[in-house]
Design a binder for this molecule. Structure first.
Ligand SMILES: Cc1cc2nc3c(=O)[nH]c(=O)nc-3n(C[C@H](O)[C@H](O)[C@H](O)COP(=O)(O)OP(=O)(O)OC[C@H]3O[C@@H](n4cnc5c(N)ncnc54)[C@H](O)[C@@H]3O)c2cc1C
Length: 385
């Protein structure tokens, strides 16, 4: 292929969703490129599969609501079951400031039309998750319609449906050059070939910065290691246990496929921001905290469990970058989701396709996600986790 209408760089869940939604809107000769040898080898394959509308900003709540709407049609559109389970998200506060933050988030959710979440007290928290340790809990929030999905099923569904609609997907296809003409990108280099394009979508996740740099454009998305620990098989907690999150340190746990997954944010590896090495000290500390917060986990076998790490794609304010790159109208950014990219992919793909087709998004106001927003130096992080 020496010519494409749109080259989408990155065939993770976001690039696949963009390619699918472009093809669905009638785009022909869409090319989806990934340097990996097959699907799921970037961040998407590392994700645990949380889905929630309980966010603290208007933009993230609306992205989740739009994604939820898209996901309700997912099986019908792609033939793949996205594995949605409404097990709920239970947020717990042990400090007054965290309870205040949860209340503020609740108000944001309500004003955006999400009414499933409510404030709860400590007693109700225990009723919702009897396994949790109630020590120090002041209260929290809960939404029963939040829950889980299957990241690799979403990826598979979008890839399959995109190909059925005519998208060409190429693996082992690293983009190593972006050639600019009069400001716009004219061609994309893969191996020795230059592919002429009308537009490019940068959906390279944690690697969006280096990809944009190929066109001399600064995209402030940086990798951040996120580690996860799965126990050995453990039958004492139900699959329907809500995702349970302690806001103060971000520790959270859920059950997937008969194993407990425990996560807790860390600053990442200072020596190598792209490292996905698991830190044994983190495993020891998250094991201890898991057993303290959910006492029945003292019987769970974390010692012979599985730990892995992947990369979050952090933007300066913890929100996605969606729209034309500053100074390059035919380079559309769909990255920087800051750890929420799987759940928001159905919305981001639709919106990116609208932007490319019509010059603006129509399913949602995307002004808060405009890639030009950092020009004024705004970097405030507004999310709970
Ligand atoms: C441990 C962990 C748990 C997570 N849990 C959740 C969760 O519960 N819910 C949620 O919504 N999100 C979660 N996330 C975040 C989620 O994984 C990401 O937000 C999401 O996968 C981003 O999708 P993507 O398509 O942008 O990235 P990726 O899947 O990383 O895709 C980007 C692709 O770009 C390709 N690429 C890079 N450079 C080039 C190049 N030069 N040329 C060609 N291809 C290139 C890469 O090979 C890669 O396949 C989690 C992440 C981690 C690490």
């Amino acid at each position: 292929m020496t010519r494409a209408s749109v080259a989408v760089i990155g065939a993770g869940v976001i690039g696949a969703s963009v390619a699918y939604h472009l093809a669905r809107r009638g785009w022909r000769d869409v090319l989806l490129l990934d340097r990996a040898s097959g699907p799921g080898l970037g961040s998407t394959g590392a994700a645990t599969g949380g889905f929630r509308v309980q966010f603290a900003s208007d933009a993230n709540v609306r992205l989740s609501l739009l994604a939820r709407e898209r996901l309700s049609a997912f099986k019908q559109e792609t033939g793949v079951d996205p594995g949605l389970v409404a097990a709920g998200y239970l947020w717990l506060a042990r400090r007054a400031q965290d309870l205040e933050a949860l209340r503020a988030a609740l108000a944001v959710q309500k004003r955006n039309g999400f009414r499933d979440a409510r404030e709860i007290d400590a007693r109700e928290a225990v009723a919702l998750n009897p396994a949790m340790n109630p020590d120090g809990i002041l209260g929290g929030t809960f939404a029963g319609s939040d829950g889980f999905l299957r990241p690799l099923a979403i990826l598979e569904g979008y890839l399959r449906a995109a190909e059925e609609l005519g998208v060409t997907v190429r693996w082992n296809a690293e983009v190593t050059g972006l050639r600019r003409g009069e400001g716009a990108i004219e061609a994309v280099r893969v191996g020795a070939d230059w592919i002429h394009v009308e537009a490019v979508v940068n959906a390279a996740g944690a690697w969006a910065g280096p990809v944009a740099a190929l066109a001399g454009i600064d995209v402030p998305v940086t990798p951040l290691r996120r580690q996860a620990l799965a126990s050995g098989p453990f039958g004492a907690l139900p699959e329907t246990m809500p995702m349970t999150i302690w806001v103060d340190d971000g520790f959270h746990a859920r059950v997937r496929d008969g194993r407990v997954l425990a996560l807790m944010p860390t600053p990442g590896d200072p020596d190598d921001p792209t490292s996905t090495r698991v830190d044994p000290a983190w495993v020891a500390s998250v094991t201890r905290i898991a057993r303290e917060r959910i006492p029945v986990l003292r019987d769970a076998d974390f010692e012979h469990g599985t730990a892995w790490a992947g990369l979050y794609e952090m933007s300066p304010d913890g929100h996605a970058l969606l729209g034309a790159a500053p100074g390059c109208a035919n380079l559309i950014l769909a990255n920087g989701s800051s750890g929420h990219g799987v759940m928001h992919a159905p919305a981001l793909g639709l919106l990116a396709a609208e932007i490319l087709t019509d010059g603006r998004a129509s399913s949602m106001d995307t002004a808060a996600l405009d890639p030009g927003r950092f020009a004024g130096g705004m970097t405030e992080r507004r999310e709970l986790l």
